[in-house]
Design a protein around this ligand. Structure first.
Ligand SMILES: Cc1cc2nc3c(=O)[nH]c(=O)nc-3n(C[C@H](O)[C@H](O)[C@H](O)COP(=O)(O)O)c2cc1C
Length: 311
């Protein structure tokens, strides 16, 4: 039997567990010059809102130990230009096109989902409920009630697979994952960035104009692993892992902890061809360990229930 890297995310079938993470590689053309994009099961584009957004003032990115902080603030060309100019190109690269959707409020999310449902060639929608860099970014991912209501309203507007992107900046990510599932999500993705800060003590200035921003990269991997494991144990729908994934071993760690697929984010700023390297690394590791089907590894972490905390 040949190696099988395909995975299923509910109704969404992918030829590879690798996806791009929203906001870290545009909409495909930024990576296409480096290698054949067929190593990706899906490309997830940067968040799209109803109107164009300029984002936050500069500077809005800073390198930090083992990662970066960003406060881009959801800059994007808006729904109309995206449909006309960008979506056709995004679809042409081969991997499935996943559109990441963001709204200022309830009605904007629902409006966007209804519009995207009418477009051809979109494989799934990812609802970004978890941007920490805009005023209203966490209103639907902090409490189960608003999350469930929004997902349920979006569910009525589309038959496309709905992925709900969760925030780590909450007390109980398992509870929010369950709310997304009750609302009708086909999968959850976790995690978005963690709120962080960087300053220059000599100039007494923050490194980014917004003061705080979202921390990403290898620095957040252990937090992401914990969130993915908690979410995967809380819901029956698939979980997509995001957070510091930089090599094939990272991918397999997340899959064993319960992820059905993974997204590559910050690593693509450092190694734009990481998708290719990681895809080759996955095949090598499966051959090494005699695993034929990568999906057989999902959720195989031993002893799912940890011992009780000592008092
Ligand atoms: C510069 C930058 C821009 C991002 N923009 C978005 C975005 O528009 N929408 C979104 O859902 N997530 C966005 N993210 C979050 C990533 O998709 C991802 O969840 C996060 O960076 C953690 O993964 P990583 O550590 O592999 O980068 C952005 C991250 C970075 C670093």
């Amino acid at each position: 039997m040949a190696l099988d890297l395909s995975v299923k995310l509910g109704p969404l079938e992918l030829s590879s567990p690798l996806m791009t993470a929203s906001g870290c590689s545009g909409y495909g053309k930024e990576l296409d010059r480096y290698h054949d994009l067929s190593v990706y099961g899906a490309l997830v584009g940067k968040s799209i809102s109803r109107e164009p957004r300029l984002g936050n003032p500069y500077p809005r990115t800073a390198e930090t130990a083992a990662g970066m902080i960003n406060a881009i603030g959801l800059q994007n060309e808006g729904y109309e230009a995206f449909i006309k100019n960008t979506l056709p190109k995004m679809r042409s690269f081969g991997p499935k096109a996943v559109v990441n959707v963001v709204g200022h409020d309830f009605d904007e999310y629902v409006w966007l989902v209804e519009r995207f449902d009418a477009e051809d060639g979109i494989a799934a929608l990812e609802l970004n409920l978890s941007c920490p860099n805009v005023a209203e970014g966490l209103q639907f991912s902090s409490e189960p009630g608003p999350c469930e209501q929004l997902v349920a309203a979006c569910r009525t507007k589309t038959k496309l697979p709905l992925i709900v992107k969760l925030s780590p900046n909450v007390a109980d990510i398992a509870g929010i994952a369950r709310a997304a599932e009750r609302g009708g999500a086909d999968a959850v993705s976790a995690i978005n960035t963690l709120v962080g800060m960087a300053v220059n003590w000599r100039t007494r200035e923050p490194l980014i104009a917004n003061y705080t921003g979202g921390l990403s990269g290898p620095a957040i991997k252990p937090v992401a692993l914990r969130c993915v494991w908690q979410a995967a144990n809380a819901v029956d729908i698939p979980v997509i892992a995001i957070g510091g994934i930089s090599n094939a071993d990272d991918v397999l760690e997340f899959m064993v902890a319960g992820a059905s697929a993974v997204q590559l984010g910050t690593i693509l700023f450092v190694e734009p061809d990481a998708g290719q390297t990681i895809h080759a690394g996955l095949k090598e590791r499966l051959i090494d360990t005699g695993v034929k089907r990568i999906s057989d590894l999902v959720g195989t972490l031993k002893s799912k229930t940890p011992p009780a905390l000592s008092s």
